[in-house]
Write a protein that binds this ligand. Sequence first.
Ligand code: G6Q
Length: 545
Amino acid sequence: MNEEAFKKVQAAVEAAKGTTIKQLFAADPERAAKYTLTAAGWTLDYSKNRVDKNVMKALLKLAEASNLKAEIEKMFTGRKINETENRAVLHTALRNCDPKAKVKVDGKDVMPQVRRVLKQMGAFADSVRSGAHKGYTGKRIKYVVNIGIGGSDLGPVMATIALAPFSKRYIRSYFVSNVDATHLAEVLREVKAEQTLFIVASKTFTTQETMTNAQSAREWLLSKIKGKANDVVAKHFVALSTNEAEVVKFGIDPKNMFAFWDWVGGRYSLPSAIGLSLMISIGPRNFQRLLKGYWKMDRHFRTASLARNMPVVMALLGILYSNVYGAESYCVLPYDQYLSRLPAYLQQLDMESNGKSVAKDGTRVTYSTGPIEWGEPGTNGQHSFYQLIHQGTHLIPCDFIGFCKTHNPIGDHHDKLMANLFAQTEALAFGLDHDQAVEWCRKEGVDEKLAPYRTFEGNRPTNTLLADSLTPETLGSLIALYEHKVFTQGVIWNIYSFDQWGVQLGKVLAKNVLADLTAKKKPVLKHDSSTNALIARYRKAKGLA
Ligand code: G6Q
């Protein structure tokens, strides 16, 4: 991180001498309007943050000093910014809706292949949705089971739930990710083999969990449908991958494979072939609308000035709380049941991208990087952990996300939902002082001595993100907003956001332990004494030596 520019941020915060959010509002009746941005269908109100003009100025200078604009260009133009894997980072090319766009990697334009796969996906999705693509016994497909994990699962699950109002309800979507057989078994109880399409989603096609689930699904299918294995599999299995050789080895015809490329990171892959299950659910047109939404936010990020740039401003606020105020976590609170899996999705996006402690030059960073991200849909969180956000000792900045219109206008549910959202941000910012707490006690006829417990300091920072309604477009731009926020923070922290060695380590470790767990002869255990004892105990319980 640029030390000099960061010191100026600290100095600007010090100069504000602890001015509270309440005081900032009292001093400027225009504050809400001044600290509101719009982009790609979204409004960001960031006025309820601990920032004044000077703090914002210093934060923007920090972005400038990190060469943010140049780094953004490097990403969009296919430079190999994922240096530890020697790869370009081009998820933005997947949703580039300009029919004339050219985006080059190693001198080769990637756009023709992007468009080709999208077309292939569209034709296939249409044939499943119309019933033209039939199972081996001639029945139409009713159940779609995506088998994948991490980046090959979280995006499709999150978006399929989010866009349910746009889905063909006849088709039921399922997602199997955990290697725990319970996940697969419970899904297989719900579906009928003759009408099921399995989508094996794996960039590498070697991930243990996915390949194990895919093999078991294949065996189950072949135990239910009699016929030549390859012919049955051809009707009921497709693959989404970058690895054709492994797809063929598994027994899936390359004709039934939808490709993507090494410049698409797993957690950024929803707009690639990995989105096939979503496309079958909502149809190619709605998928295209999703891409358009992404694209709008991409263009905003690439072209808006830093001060009016929504992902940049959100990133800078995050840096303020992490690095100046020492906040360790931050919370995402969608006030929409359809976004129930958004916190889990963003958790991977953020924590896998910026959960790094080594700077680009290989030295250990001396400041904190990616925060712990968590959340739940509102209003459920209000009845559990909000207590700590309001009155606990930790500072937890929150993003509140909501929509002006609902897909389910029943009674006054939506007004109540949104009243809760707005009221929470108000209470977090302004709190409830002693006099108000006394008043509250009096009203309820309880002892005024209880007032301190009912006092709320306030000054808790929140962002409010508001869109007209949840549509494929607004979902696409919301995802891109967070992607670019994470990118911006990675640039300022000077870390590599696009590798994930922690995930890779897990893939290697489990293999070694598995060999010890399952060895027929008593293995010589070479782990630490705790791991050795756990393995021995497990073997004993299973009747192994
Ligand atoms: C994402 C990560 C990780 C990955 C899974 C699945 O950015 O790299 O979550 O998506 O490990 O990998 P495969 O798609 O290769 O099976």
